[in-house]
Design a protein around this ligand. Structure first.
Ligand SMILES: NC(=O)c1ccc[n+]([C@@H]2O[C@H](COP(=O)([O-])OP(=O)(O)OC[C@H]3O[C@@H](n4cnc5c(N)ncnc54)[C@H](OP(=O)(O)O)[C@@H]3O)[C@@H](O)[C@H]2O)c1
Length: 247
């Protein structure tokens, strides 16, 4: 596992947008960011899941979070602009963006995947991460230092059979990180890095590997240290790099 012990106030007064915050790795990371002092903006599709995370954060006495339900599969420019306007009106900046929402679907040969399934996987994992990074740029620029993290996958770093759309999407996310790094490295306060969480007991993993015993996998909470490290000031020099939560 990636080893990092965060100071108690690592993210004090930071404003951080987290996608896929209602479950799995996004939920665990949102709770850890809030515990470290951040005001977290929880983005996901299912309001009930976001509300449950909101309640957990509030009852723990961490800074009051915000909820922003968005369906990343269907969102277009007006929805992204509305989201950014809302954050701008309330907070005026973003210190961090964790592009973490993802959808994998079941494993299947490329001959049987429908174009709709292909589009859904590309849209949710790749195009939405691009769109959020693009639309949030002015908010990130307004921060003193901003960190953008992308949850990728082992499938973003090598090819997997029966996972064509997900492999292509996550390779695309790794490529996007490199492009943003090249465009931003000498001109801005924004650093970009990717994290491969590795296999982890979440709904996404269960849907792809239904026969696997989740008890054999790490829990989302165990993967949080690398996400804390990359969001806080101890990682100010990390830019354009690939990290792994389980190495
Ligand atoms: N678990 C693993 O083994 C593993 C391994 C490698 C990489 N990853 C990556 O880790 C990230 C987090 O996944 P997870 O494992 O934590 O799975 P998860 O618990 O299923 O979480 C996925 C999250 O993405 C959100 N999401 C999916 N489609 C969405 C949409 N159309 N609009 C808005 N939000 C959407 C879901 O929100 P709703 O529930 O509200 O729809 C959910 O909170 C993903 O990028 C995944 O590819 C996971």
């Amino acid at each position: 596992m990636f080893e990092y012990e965060a100071p108690a106030d690592l993210l004090k007064d930071r404003i951080i947008l987290i996608t896929g915050a209602g479950s799995g790795i996004g939920r665990a990371t949102a709770l850890a960011y809030a515990q470290s002092g951040a005001t977290v903006i929880l983005l996901g599709r299912e309001v009930k899941k976001l509300e449950a995370v909101y309640d957990e954060i509030e009852s723990a006495g961490y800074p009051e979070p915000a909820i922003t339900p968005v369906d990343l599969e269907s969102a277009g420019e007006p929805q992204y602009q509305e989201l950014v306007n809302g954050i701008n009106n309330e907070f005026g900046r973003l210190d961090g963006l964790l592009n973490n929402a993802g959808y994998m679907g079941p494993l299947m040969p490329y001959q049987t995947i429908t174009l709709d399934q292909w589009q859904k996987i590309l849209q949710t994992n790749l195009s939405a991460s691009f769109a959020l990074s693009k639309f949030c740029f002015p908010l990130l620029q307004a921060a003193e230092n901003a960190s953008v993290i992308f949850s990728t996958s082992t499938a973003g770093r090598k090819a997997f059979a029966y996972s064509s759309a997900y492999t292509v999407a996550k390779h695309g996310v790794e490529a996007l990180v490199q492009v943003l790094f090249l465009e931003l490295e000498n001109t801005s306060n924004i650093r970009v890095n990717s994290v491969n969480p590795g296999p982890c007991a979440t709904a996404l993993r269960r849907a792809a590997y239904p026969a696997e015993d989740p008890a054999t996998l790490p829990q989302p909470e165990q993967l949080v240290p690398v996400y804390l490290y990359l969001m806080g000031d101890d990682s100010l020099k990390e830019n354009g790099k690939q990290f792994s939560a389980q190495e």
